[in-house]
Ligand binder design. Structure first.
Ligand code: PLP
Length: 317
């Protein structure tokens, strides 16, 4: 919400309208383009009155969730210079895939578009030297969002937004009242006025564990995901749907559609060992296992695998 609202302020000002003061009436619809936008992007578009259906889905690379940069270039060209937001994924929710941020930053620069990067999971890949390269170009984004309640393991809800357009952001979120003051208080930068001190657990976690601690959690989660992915690849009942790049394993039953997938999920949940979430990948009903907890160990993967393989094998044929 913060990233897109700030982008809309920027788009309004390009057309000579201060949206925070006058609203967006009469402005050209603001195009939003993405390869694999998370549900929260659509929700933000709805909240902001931009409209979910305004999102233009752009083709992804074959077999991938990463956007096809050539297709993005064509989509931007087709707008003929109209203001646009490109929403990039750094770690998509289904497979942990990364858009080519440097290529998207080049395109946004060439076409005068705003680059927002959704790095809810993927921003933390920066801790891991083997994966940090996927974030090349991040420093050229106009806004970036991430979650401390994922890989930093702090309680919900600890969303973080970075922007290089703080003045625009403050125009949008300023709360005007003498008693609130006009200083650099966060109440002038986000939707909330009264807010609890949710930065504290994030700060303390960073101070307690530091870069090395974060790196260890990221590497451990990715290794566990990769282990589960390897086992699924060898399974007679399950099929891995995407390479395990990050911490997410996306897979499906070799036989059966969404009803069988949902029964499998329910049986696993009843078993009390593992909770997986459903998804759809390239039109196929699928399951996803996302590793982010610092306490998950290789022994847990053994338990997950035993429950999963047994439940998948026991399904009536
Ligand atoms: C890729 C991605 N983007 C955005 C979000 C939104 O997260 P939240 O609503 O927890 O801030 C998530 C959460 O799963 C996500 O995986």
């Amino acid at each position: 919400v913060v990233g897109l609202a700030t982008a809309r302020q920027w788009a309004g000002e390009r057309q000579g309208v201060d949206v925070a003061e006058r609203g967006s009436y009469g402005l050209r619809p603001l195009a939003v383009l993405a390869g694999s936008a998370h549900a929260s992007v659509l929700k933000a578009m709805s909240i902001l009155g931009m409209g979910r259906q305004v999102l233009t889905p752009v083709a992804t690379l074959p077999g991938r969730q990463a956007v096809d940069a050539h297709a993005m270039g064509s989509a931007l060209r087709a707008l003929g210079g109209a203001p646009a937001i490109v929403v990039a994924s750094a770690g998509d929710v289904n497979t942990g895939d990364f858009d080519d941020l440097a290529a998207l930053a080049d395109l946004c620069e060439a076409h005068g578009a705003w680059l927002h990067v959704d790095g809810a999971f993927g921003l933390f890949a920066a801790c891991d030297p083997a994966r940090a390269g996927w974030l090349a170009g991040l420093d050229r984004a106009d806004s970036v969002a991430t979650d401390a309640h994922k890989w930093l393991n702090v309680p919900y809800d600890a969303g973080v937004v970075f922007t290089r357009h703080l003045a625009l952001q403050e125009k949008v979120f300023r709360a005007v009242a003498a008693y609130l003051g006009a200083g650099p208080d966060l109440l002038h930068r986000t939707p909330e006025n009264s807010r609890r001190f949710r930065a504290l657990p994030s700060w303390m976690t960073l101070m307690a564990y530091g870069r090395d601690g974060c790196t260890a959690v990221v590497q451990q989660c990715c290794a566990l995901a990769s282990d589960l992915g390897d086992r699924i690849q060898r399974s007679a009942h399950l099929e891995l749907l995407a390479p395990v790049r990050l911490n997410i394993v996306c897979f499906a039953l070799r036989r059966g559609g969404s009803a069988e997938r949902d029964r499998l999920l329910a049986t696993l949940l009843d078993g009390g060992v593992v909770r997986l979430t459903p998804t759809v990948l390239h039109g196929r009903p699928a399951l996803r296992a996302a590793f982010s907890n610092w306490r998950t160990t290789p022994a847990d993967v053994d338990r997950i695998w035993a429950a999963l393989e047994r439940t998948a094998a026991e399904r009536p044929s």
